[in-house]
Design a protein around this ligand. Sequence first.
Ligand code: GAF
Length: 399
Amino acid sequence: MVTHSATSSSATAASAFTALHDRTPQGVWSAPGRVNLIGEHTDYNDGFVLPFALPHRLAAAGSGRDDGLLTVASVGSDGRLRHAEPMRIGELAPGADAAELGWAAYPAGVAWVLREQGFDRGADLVLAGDVPTGAGLSSSAALECAVALALLGLAGRDEPDEAARVEVARWAQRAENEFVGVPTGVLDQTASMCCVDGHALFLDVRSGQAEQVPFDAAAAGLRILVIDTRVKHAHSESGYGDRRQGTERAADLLGIKALRDIAADELDTSLAALPEELRPLVRHVVTENERVLHAVNLLREGRLADLGPLLDASHESLRIDYRVSATELDLAVETARSAGALGARMTGGGFGGSAIALVRAEHQDSVEAAVTAAFDREGLRLPRMFVGVPSPGAGTDAA
Ligand code: GAF
């Protein structure tokens, strides 16, 4: 069992639960946000990804109920509780109503999927967390995975082993796709469920095969600086769906199951067979898969400082070919590079959110200062920055 010492999020969730329900919770479960080191927009093309979990977590304190109701309250960043309307688990169904639930659609969607799997015990849940929201760091997946573990635990199921974690990630993705209505891949949920401390997770989405690759930037005198631009562009959802449809259409036209099936040395032939507007999308996915494989080899060889050019190339491919970057992300990346970063790229779905920069420890302060100054000069909201340290995946928290 992955048991963590109580984090501040789990302690906050537990004490808010006790204050609200006048009894201690039966348990606390939590799940992390993630950074994707490389492998962007490859997951829904059956490709490769390389995320690691962040120390930032979403915790769910909970107790079971025998009347089939799910109550959910969430501690906001101002410390105040927001309550969702109590939900009858047996009546949850995807559809138009889900849109009206707002944030509560995520726990509701998870409860719906688990009911379909035979876990339908009611629960009182209180959530608290410190995963930045809207920052491209998977706060939604952290929420889904923490709620899934809580509901499974309260229904009497043992904490999932390695294989079952992949299954829970798929359930959480299904909640997001079918109940919440967002067509995302499985990267974020798998990262939240399956990452382990001190490692990046090399996942082959097609086969589900995963390898934990040691990733200790600090020991190599390096830092992964996460730069949250605090920008979320309005077209992020339609833009994501458009890109996904474009890659699926390309795969159909080529008569293959997914773009994963194009080998790097077949890229030019495949591009020539496609309409012009689809070619950049395909080029990104095929070259990004190659970059992930290359990055994994560098990590296996302990050549962390050599990751820089791959991060740069990934960003350029996302900016020029996939067109999911944003002015603020480009500014963060370019400024970090000019201030001495070994490489930098946007991370996550794009259209805003966060960038990462690989920096030597001694350059961290100057890179941060340069990025802040650049945003200030452009009159932009100042970004938040922190060092991303590979941390444990979802689990049961010690009371
Ligand atoms: C978002 C999605 F949720 C992931 O599935 C993935 O597609 C990512 O964007 C892009 O790599 O985080």
